[in-house]
Every structure is written in C-alpha cells, then in structure tokens.
Design a protein around this ligand. Sequence first.
Ligand code: UDX
Length: 443
Amino acid sequence: MKITVVGTGYVGLVTGTCFAETGNDVTCVDIDVKKVEKLSSGQVTIYEPGLEKLFERNLKEGRLHFTTNLEEGISEAAVIFLALPTPPGEDGSADLSYILKVADQLGHLLKDYKIIVDKSTVPVGTADKVHAAIAKNATVDFDVVSNPEFLREGVAVEDFMKPDRVVIGTSSERARKIMADLYAPFVRQGNPVIFMDEKSAELTKYAANSFLATKISFMNEIAILCERLGADVDMVRRGIGSDDRIGKRFLFPGIGYGGSCFPKDVQALVKSSQTVDYDFRILNAVMDVNEAQKVFLLPKIESYFENNLQGKHFALWGLAFKPNTDDIREAPALYIIDRLLAAGATVSAFDPEAMPNVKQLLGDRIHFAEHQYDALDNADALIIATEWSVFRTPDFEKIRTNLKDQVIFDGRNLFESPRMQELGFHYESVGRQAVTRLNSISK
Ligand code: UDX
C-alpha cells in the first residue's frame, strides 16, 4: 500500500519506518528542510532502540522516501497519517493549529479518495474538525479516521510491531477495510484491532495515559505514607500487584512521571472536561501529586545537609525523563537541578544519552561528566534521577572512593537498602526507610 506520514517527529518516524518494514511504500513529509535532508541521506534524527536498523534497511530497499513537498508527498497515497505536534496551548488545552493547517491544505490537494488518519493525540471532536477543514476545499470523497498511538519511548519499535491493541475510530466501512488490511501484519499474534467511533477512539488515548499517570501518582502517595508509617513500598507494591485486577506493571514509585505524553495528556483531559462543564477531580489531584513528586528528594537532601546547600556539590546520575531515551521533556532531573542551583549548590551530571539536550538547555550552568564515575569526583552526595541499566549494578567501591561523602539519594529505588547500609552508605530512597552507615564516617 502507498502511505504518507505527515510529520517526522517521534511518532511519525517510527510509524513510517514500521509501515515500510511490512512492505508498504512510505513517503514522509516534513516542513523542516534540514531534517528531510538528514533523513534522506540515511541519518536517523531521534534516538530509539532498534529504529536505525529498520530505517536503514527500508531506505536502502527504496520503501522510505522523504520530502518537504506535501502535494508531491500525498499524490499517490491511499492513506495519509497526520503525526503532527499538539503542544499544550497557554491554557493547557491541546493546540490543534498544526493539524488544522495541514487539513486545510489537504482539502485543496486531494484528487482522489484517500483516508486521512489522526495519529497525534488529539482532543475528542478533532476528527470532526479535521473533516470539516478538509471538506471546505475538497472536491473528492475522503474519510477521516482516528488511530491513536500507544508507543512508549525506548520501546516504540517493539510497541509498533507488536501492539497490545490497535484502536481505530471510523464510521466508514470503506476506511475500516483498508485500515484492517494495513494493520493485519502487526496483529498476527491475535491481539485485537478494536474498531469504534472516532470520538471514543480519541478519548481512549487520553483515558489510557491518564489512568497510567493516576496509577503512578497513587503509588507515589502510598510511598509517602510508607515512609511516615514505617512500611516499605516495595512490599506493598508486590502485595497489591499480584492481584490481577491491579496488575504488577506501572506500580513503581519514583520522582514523578515526565515525558512528552503523560503531563500534556492529563492536563489536556482536564481542560477538555472543563469545556463540557465537568471538573475531573481525580486528575487534578494526579497533577498536584506529580508536581510535588518531581522535587520529592529535595527536603531529604536539605534535611541531611541541615538546610544549607550553599557551596555543596552534587553528582547527578540520569537526566532523561526515563531510561533508553534522550528525551528531557518534563524530566524530574531538570526540576532538581533548578532547585539545587537556586540553593547555591553545584551539579556534575551524567546521562548515557541525554547530555547533549541538557547542554543545549542549560549551557555551562552545570558540569557534564564524561563518565558516570567522573561525575562523583568531590561530590557531597550522589542523586539518582533516572533508572538507566548502567546505574543498576555500579562499582560501589568506586562510588565510595570518588564521593567526598558516602551519601546517595535515589529517586528510582535502584538498590536494596540493607545492602547499601552494609556497603557503608547513607542511603535515602522513595517509600522506604532511610538507612545510615553502620560505621559512621564524619561529614
Ligand atoms: C507513555 C505511554 O506509556 C504510551 O502508551 C503513550 O503512547 C505515550 O506516553 P512514554 O511517555 O514513552 O509513554 O513513557 P512510559 O514508559 O509510559 O513512562 C512514563 C513516565 O512514567 C516516566 O516518567 C516513568 O519514569 C514514569 N513511571 C512509569 C513511573 O514513575 N512509575 C512506573 O511504574 C512507570
């Protein structure tokens, strides 16, 4: 099938590459000339495990093309995916201007029947708006379908190739058949393609992300209670997670959710609710809890250093909002850095992928270490903000000797507290009791 993907950001590039992998002929359109040049010459513009291999193969075999010309890009396509940004507007609601602008142009350009698919996360009713924007100028028949993506950064290729489910919102029988054919290779294991109306599909995406964000904020509050009541959140997590109705996944407490999706989508659903005169109370609380959680470690750090961080130096492991990505959008690490710098401390950070992005944002306000252990040199404490695998089984002896003071504040619960105590660390984490060194070493 001939497919066009408009927008070569994260979702667009993964979508285009994965559709090419199942034999489709894919043209990706983007207004960014430099990006199109890079992609055409074989350079992948985002970091995503597994993407590069697929991208190179399909580019070489002539199934992937890139252009800045929308007219040329869509001329032969049967299906046009819109994978355009929907950033939060000033009031937190999703900004649809990118999508509606392209829809408006498509109206002029369509010469035969095509399916236009909303792949971006868009508020309920957007498919109708896109339909209206195209219909204003169109002279041919077309359908608008809502097909939200559920990709997780870091495992996006796997999620696309083997989705838990594919949600397709359409009221057109013609579009339904074509979309079913397109997705058939991806659901061979029997996972469902769930057909529904456009509005339900649009709401499904927001409901899924908001539910997951709620699960995280709920656990983060349970973690606070654990600390105050003397319980251990790891135990509670295991205890509740083995109930199938709750499930083991997404119960890990930490320093809050970040990224491009959860914060934006929760906020957008709250805004959408307000437009129909409903106050989504649970989600307001989810947002509040998450805001506080991002700087959850700060009071612990302040208290350890007796409310004086002036002149203190901190090693920070992890900048990306989660492992296996270089994405720093809404990353808790950035909030921690802000607070530490404001208190007069200095920071030396290490992240396997995200340092260039943070460098661009913060310049030389913090120091970037070449290696994870170099970040520790002369630091008063180590703070862990992202659970990269390379941080999970570190050389504790090196940590001990490089740090000035054997203190670790772990926002991702990477280590077992008793072990840390045995190893001679003062160790504070999330939802578990702080442990202090057995053989106290003076500060
Ligand atoms: C999410 C959704 O999972 C995906 O379906 C959707 O399409 C886009 O948004 P992503 O943003 O890539 O994907 O990240 P995800 O792996 O879901 O993690 C989101 C955030 O939750 C991260 O900040 C992570 O650290 C945090 N998290 C996750 C927790 O704090 N605890 C958990 O148990 C799980």
